[in-house]
Design a protein around this ligand. Structure first.
Ligand SMILES: CC(C)(COP(=O)(O)OP(=O)(O)OC[C@H]1O[C@@H](n2cnc3c(N)ncnc32)[C@H](O)[C@@H]1OP(=O)(O)O)[C@@H](O)C(=O)NCCC(=O)NCCS
Length: 112
């Protein structure tokens, strides 16, 4: 391909520019001995865009990736009781509140 043809091809390709991130989540997957499972962290939607389905869309995408790409059999997350919107969202997607105690070790330097 000549340089002119390469330039023409580049000019025809669509340019996608991300100008603002409106929401995000972090999906962590674990490949354990007997199964794979996932953890979702950092779910957030920009304050100006809440209540329009973005959070539910993000969560559905995260669950879909966990189940269909990473073959996870369960997905865990934690949510502070004050986070009413988030907890309603999670329950509407089928997450169930568990009463198992969560234990955490915090590295001494980071303890409050
Ligand atoms: C939680 C959060 C991500 C939801 O994002 P969102 O885009 O506003 O959510 P959606 O518009 O997709 O709504 C999804 C569901 O959330 C629930 N929800 C959303 N806003 C709500 C509100 N004000 N009160 C109660 N439930 C609410 C509903 O179940 C809703 O489903 P429905 O519209 O079918 O009833 C967003 O509120 C947020 O970023 N909060 C601050 C950060 C946070 O709390 N993160 C979670 C940490 S665990």
């Amino acid at each position: 391909m000549t340089t002119a043809q390469q330039q023409q091809q580049q000019q025809q390709q669509p340019v996608i520019t991300i100008t603002k991130i409106l929401g995000a989540l972090t999906l962590v997957t674990l490949n354990l001995l007997m199964k794979s499972c996932a953890h979702i962290e950092d779910v957030v939607v920009d304050g100006t865009c809440r209540g329009r389905g973005l959070g539910k869309g993000l969560m559905r995408r995260g669950l879909d990736d966990a189940v269909n790409i990473h073959k996870c059999v369960m997905v865990d997350l934690t949510s502070n009781p004050n986070r009413i919107e988030a907890r309603t969202l999670y329950q509407s997607l089928g997450f169930e509140l568990r009463d198992t105690g969560v234990f955490r070790y915090t590295v001494p330097h980071y303890r409050k």
